[in-house]
Ligand binder design. Structure first.
Ligand code: GDP
Length: 309
């Protein structure tokens, strides 16, 4: 990619697309193409084809997807499988047909089998049953990976697929019903501090372990791989370390400056005991995450306060 390449970031209003766009702007890429959902509905094949025909992007970051937490996935399973299949099929196929030089597709660690050995390696994909709660989403995204791989094999199309771990950062979803744990804890501790509440409730036992990658690190990895990686194998993108939910809660409490207690609501589910990616392939390619968890939470909390007012 050079600084004047025509680069389309699909999903630039989302957590991931937004971070990729900020990063490209900061690096001085001057021909960035974006469309809001209202301007271009990616589930409409004819509209997507017309857009590619007119704009002729050379590089595509496909960060558009229908995403949500466990509750949203359980409530709208049909929407999750349909919208994701449509979006990625339309964009990948149009990218190939209209001469895109390279496309980067984003999967997610929830596409690995529910009982994959930890840490999860790239070759564990499609080796066992999925977590039932997000199966429609995961099946759609797995189809995207297989599609990217197949377009490479049959047409020689340069598509690569990344598997990010749990992401967090500015622009995250802070809705307590639908968010993931990290934004939920930031909001809970912040509101408890303001209200002078005696305790904050954390779901589950606090023992499950999760890995958290700052979305700016993901954007950095995405640019790095777009410029230097061109193989069909997927690449895990994570930090290679995890923390327990209890450790995470302590860090967030500290960063927010809340002085009350933490209580665990064990009537809420723990979910899978551990979710950690093996990042040796990424390290071998020469990339490592740089934003430490505490530092990343501090930055996210500052931004949250600016927006929460
Ligand atoms: P998961 O990684 O797919 O399991 O999704 P989550 O990020 O929603 O949850 C991770 C872990 O954090 C689970 O063990 C949750 O029970 C726990 N957790 C603790 N407090 C909260 C909370 O307030 N919200 C959410 N979403 N999870 C929480």
């Amino acid at each position: 990619m050079d600084r004047t390449s025509r680069i389309y970031v699909a999903g630039h209003r989302g957590l991931v697309g937004g971070a990729i766009l900020r990063r490209l702007e900061r690096e001085g890429f001057s021909n960035l193409i974006t469309r809001s959902h209202a301007e271009l509905d990616l589930t409409r094949q004819a509209d997507v084809e017309r857009f590619f025909e007119e704009e002729r992007p050379e590089y595509v970051f496909l960060a558009a997807a229908k995403v949500g937490g466990i509750l949203a996935n359980a409530t709208y399973p049909a929407d999750f499988i349909r919208d994701n299949l449509q979006i990625q099929t339309n964009v990948i196929d149009a990218a190939y047909r209209f001469g895109v030089r390279k496309l980067l597709f984003l999967g997610s660690s929830c596409m690995y089998p529910k009982h994959a050995p930890q840490p999860m390696k790239e070759e564990h994909l499609l080796t066992g049953p999925l977590e039932p709660t997000n199966e429609p989403y995961a099946v759609a995204k797995i189809a995207g990976i297989v599609m990217v791989r197949s377009y490479r094999r049959q047409y020689g199309f340069s598509g690569i697929s990344l598997m990010p771990t749990n992401l967090y950062g500015p622009g995250d979803n802070f809705d307590l019903q639908t968010s993931h744990v990290l934004p939920a804890l930031i909001r809970k501790f912040h509101e408890a501090k303001l209200a002078g509440a005696p305790a904050v409730t954390v779901w589950g036992t606090g023992t499950p372990r999760r890995e958290f990658l700052h979305v700016d690190d993901l954007a950095d990895a995405a640019l790095f791989l777009m410029e230097r990686y061109d193989e069909e194998e997927i690449v895990n993108v994570g930090v290679g370390e995890d923390v327990s939910i209890a450790e995470l809660a302590e860090i967030v409490r500290d960063v927010v400056g809340y002085e009350g207690e933490i209580v665990y609501d064990t009537s809420k589910p723990d979910g899978t005991p551990r979710k950690l990616l093996d990042v040796s392939r990424l390290h071998a390619l020469g990339w490592r995450a740089r934003i430490g968890l505490r530092e990343g939470i501090e930055q996210t909390y500052r931004r949250y306060c600016e927006h929460a007012g």
